[in-house]
Design a protein around this ligand. Structure first.
Ligand code: PLP
Length: 393
């Protein structure tokens, strides 16, 4: 093998995703972009708020704007702006030294996991879950262990109680959730906090909680509770990829709860991990987001699309939970084999991701970060695929 043995499996799964992406391009060329309905990508297409462009231009035209190296954890004034924002939102005494600016949420996850977990330890994650976690766990050398959720994808505290063991170093949650769109309630999170406290005591070792929150600002009519108010030993991490539609600019952060056990040490270790891999988060966009704390895209656009796609799919006989947030829908596949059903949809020029890729077999994941017209024009195809699937049963 010309590549490292440990890379073989991970390259194969990454190449499956790349093939799907390339297939989308091929189909658009063959059938015309308007005739291919690509619900497979979580790439925000809602434009960033106009103030983003104004801020970028203002910084570019300002001779005082820095483009050089900075402290590796980020510009101190940007970290302070994030800390101030968090203080207003969740009433903690956050300080700039507990914030590390990162290369997106992915960078923050890598930094945090490498700061906390030893090879051979376990990262516990409720399934279904975001596929990137496999790769971040791989880099950290820890094992990713999944725990089932309830049929409505909320946390199954009984299953978590059984799954946590002496090797569990971290529990990783994501709300609003990719792929299900679920937002965990304050009550279930409170129960999770108590459980992690109890287990940490029982095993004589702190279990940390990582709350991955890149969709926090994309929630419809529900509150997204702050884990900082629930469990002290929490690291919150996020990015501006979705809330400001800046996914390609690669900027985010991690923030360690001031009362977490060894908070300063964890933030320092995450900062060093950041240096090893990325050196620092992009300079220009750190300064942009430093000036735009609290700003977000117009989520009314996503809400309208959610309602359109849910109404259409319900009428076509699809079975799903109404998503509370993010821009994903996770319907049941009408046949057991979700890969086969994704194939039926592909024959209608509709691209979706089989749920088994997210540890949620028997489902498909749709991203509604697509134009409204794609939702309207695809509905007949969704209906035909459902009818064909019913005949296969
Ligand atoms: N976490 C979740 C749940 C995601 O859905 C994504 C991206 O889709 C990420 C992390 C990575 O986000 P970023 O692009 O900001 O690195």
């Amino acid at each position: 093998m010309p590549i490292a043995d440990k890379m073989v499996g991970i390259v194969e799964s990454a190449s499956m995703i790349r093939k799907m992406f390339e297939e989308g391009i091929r189909m658009r060329e063959a059938f015309g972009a308007d005739n291919v309905f690509d619900f497979s990508l979580g790439n925000p297409d809602v434009p960033p708020p106009p103030v983003v462009k104004e801020t970028v231009l203002g910084l570019i035209n300002d001779a005082a704007t820095s483009h050089g190296y900075m402290p590796n954890a980020g510009y101190p004034w940007v970290r302070q702006a994030v800390a101030d924002y968090l203080n207003t939102q969740c009433g903690v005494e956050m300080t700039a030294d507990l914030v590390v600016m990162s290369v997106g949420a992915a960078g923050a996850l890598n930094d945090t996991l490498r700061a906390l977990v030893n090879p051979g330890e376990e990262i516990l994650v409720p399934a279904p879950y975001f596929v990137g976690y496999n790769q971040y766990a791989f880099i950290s050398g820890a094992g990713l262990k999944t725990v089932a959720t309830k049929p409505d994808f909320h946390l199954d505290l009984g299953a978590i109680d059984e799954a946590v063991n002496k090797n569990t170093r971290v529990m990783l949650i994501n709300s609003p959730n990719n792929p299900t769109g679920i937002v965990y309630t304050k009550q279930e999170l409170d129960e999770l906090g108590l459980l992690l406290e109890k287990k940490s005591k029982a095993f004589g070792r702190r279990i940390y909680l990582i709350s991955d929150e890149p969709y926090r600002k994309i929630a419809y009519d529900v509150e997204v509770p702050w884990m900082f108010g629930v469990y002290d030993h929490t690291i919150v991490l996020t990015s501006y990829s979705k809330e400001l539609s800046l996914a390609g600019e690669r900027v985010g952060y991690l923030a360690v709860h001031p009362a977490a056990e060894d908070a300063e040490l964890i933030a320092a270790a995450a900062g060093v991990a950041n240096t090893m891999m990325f050196v620092n988060a992009p300079a220009l966009f750190q300064q942009v987001v430093g000036k735009l704390q609290g700003v977000s895209v117009d989520i009314a656009i996503y809400r309208k699309r959610r309602d359109m796609i849910c109404d259409g799919l319900a009428a076509a006989g699809y079975d799903f939970n109404l998503p509370d947030g993010a821009f994903y829908l996770f319907p049941k596949s009408p046949i057991e084999n979700d890969v086969e059903f994704a194939g039926l949809l592909k024959r209608e020029n509709i691209l979706v991701v089989p749920g088994s890729g997210f540890g949620g077999p028997g489902h498909i994941r749709l991203s509604y970060a697509v134009p409204e017209q794609a939702i309207v024009n695809s509905m007949a195809g969704f209906k035909r695929a459902m009818e064909k699937a019913q005949k296969l049963k």
